[in-house]
Ligand binder design. Structure first.
Ligand code: ADP
Length: 490
């Protein structure tokens, strides 16, 4: 990268030298306009920087002069200035300056130049190029190839279409008006009609028309970008680079998304198999410790009974955890088959209440009488829905206060859903705790001394969503919570 700097301040030279010291750029610094111009005549430069005030002229006029020469038509020109004025900025840009740098911001120059050089790097990709003027075709093909691209060039859209169907491309560049039966527009149309990913390829149209309606029409017809004849090499390459890079970037992120999805699925499959394997030995531990407790022939002493109770408690907790992990991983791996049927809502709720009542009684929590219209049926997997209700009800007991109560309310929503709300008078949840709910292993409340795994609500949400419903909560710290489930009616 050759950088020429034209500036006559010794102090600024020192700053510039320091800035470039750690970079791979060695700039050539000239004091005067004459020296600068002479240097430009004798060797090529990729980047030119001029200061606003110079001996023997000003930077803006110099930039204008340099920009006017054939070899520096497209070379980036930077203007250094110590002035904050907008007028300088406007005048500089209209005189062909690429960017204005305030002298105090000059530290950013190396980054800026590096970013610019990225645009000079070779582009990798395969281009399908259609142009019926053979001289133009030859010239642009050479330009593409000089930037590292593979090019298949054709004079007619018919030949190009045949090649498009046989090969993989990163970009189509086509003239809009073509000789022969099929125009460039018709080719674009055919490509965009494909319903596979080949239909999404970026297309750069080359057009001789520059009126607004034509430009808009091009975009409506599926062109990604366009260039106007006569072609300017730098512009053409910048647009080609953008289109190819964004396609490749999209493909890469799509690949990564798929990889992450597969890894996630593999994790769920692994977890579900592992949890399954855990259950057999755990059931043996629990079964045999039960047998030991009940063995009338070999009575255990009180301390052994107590220890055995610990084993059973820990085993039961572990089994609950394993079962919940199994549920979550199975649903994530898509291995749960839901058995849908129409069930009576009142029956579902009564059976859950029946199961929770002894626990509630033991904790001195009252289950208030509830009224549910007997004729409502819901479309659910009955076993899983029972599990959901039981989890929410047992939370309403666990996280309630002494002598608290639980109330169940049902409401029909939009004729299609039933909302079942379970209201408790318990510890409630703060805004922050609410935002963390439904996250695996998140036991948000002061629940350390209360038995639990932090997985129940996650499973509830997954089950209910798989049944086409929703789960939600409203809560006030210290007053209680309402957990609700919305489920489709039969
Ligand atoms: P677990 O009860 O096993 O911890 P859950 O997933 O069922 O797991 O609940 C997650 C957390 O949400 C609980 O640990 C508790 O902090 C909070 N929580 C759930 N239900 C209630 C409720 N009715 N009142 C207050 N906090 C609750």
């Amino acid at each position: 990268m050759n950088v020429l700097i034209i500036d006559n301040s010794a102090l600024f030279h020192k700053i510039l030298v320091d800035i470039f010291l750690d970079s791979d750029i060695t700039p050539i610094i000239c004091d005067t306009t004459e020296q600068g111009l002479e240097r430009l005549r004798s060797e090529p430069f990729d980047f030119i920087c001029v200061s606003l005030y110079l001996q023997g002229g000003d930077g803006i006029s110099l930039a204008k002069m340099i920009r006017g020469t054939e070899e520096h038509k497209h070379t980036p020109i930077i203007l250094f200035t110590a002035e904050e004025s907008n007028d300088v900025y406007t005048e500089a840009l209209s005189s062909g300056v690429t960017e204005v740098f305030h002298k105090k911001d000059v530290q950013q120059l190396v980054n800026y130049i590096h970013r610019f050089t990225l645009q000079q790097n070779p582009i990798s990709g395969r281009v399908l190029y259609i142009e019926d003027s053979l001289s133009q075709q030859k010239m642009i093909t050479a330009v593409f190839q000089s930037r590292g691209l593979d090019v298949d060039a054709f004079a007619t859209a018919e030949e190009a279409w045949e090649s498009y169907n046989k090969n993989e491309y990163d970009l189509v560049v086509t003239d809009i008006v073509l000789e022969g039966g099929m125009t460039g527009m018709a080719l674009i149309n055919r490509i965009r009609r494909l319903d596979n990913e080949k239909g999404d390829i970026p297309i750069l149209a080359i057009t001789g028309f520059d009126d607004i309606s034509r430009r808009i029409e091009l975009f409506y017809l599926g062109v990604s970008d366009y260039v106007i004849k006569p072609l300017i090499e730098e512009e053409l390459i910048a647009r080609v680079r953008n289109l190819i890079q964004s396609k490749q970037f999209h493909e890469e992120s799509e690949k990564q998304r798929k990889r992450a999805e597969e890894a996630d699925k593999a994790k769920s499959v692994f977890l579900s198999q592992m949890s399954h394997e855990f259950r057999t030995p755990l059931n043996a531990i629990l079964g045999f410790s039960q047998l030991l407790r009940e063995d009338a022939e070999h009575q255990l002493v009180a301390s052994q009974q107590e220890e055995l109770e610990y084993i059973q408690q820990a085993g039961t907790h572990l089994l609950g955890l394993v079962n919940e992990i199994l549920d979550i991983s199975k649903i994530e791996a898509g291995q749960i088959d839901f058995e849908f049927e129409d069930s009576n809502l009142e029956d579902c709720i009564s059976s859950a209440i029946q199961q929770i009542s002894p626990v509630a009684k033991e904790s001195q929590i009252e289950v208030l009488p509830y009224l549910i219209p007997s004729e409502i049926n819901i479309h659910i997997d009955t076993k899983r829905f029972h599990q959901v209700l039981l989890n929410i009800l047992s939370n309403a007991v666990k996280y309630n206060r002494l002598n608290g109560s639980i109330q169940i309310l049902c409401k029909i929503i939009d004729d299609k859903f039933v909302r079942i709300a379970i209201k408790d008078t318990g510890i409630g949840l703060s805004e922050e705790q609410l935002s963390k709910l439904f996250t695996p292993f998140e036991r948000v409340g002061q629940s350390d001394e209360i038995e639990g795994t932090g997985l129940g609500l996650v499973i509830c949400r997954q089950f209910v969503e798989a049944m086409g419903g929703k789960v939600g909560v409203k809560s006030k710290e210290g007053e209680g919570s309402v957990f609700w489930v919305e489920i489709p009616r039969a």
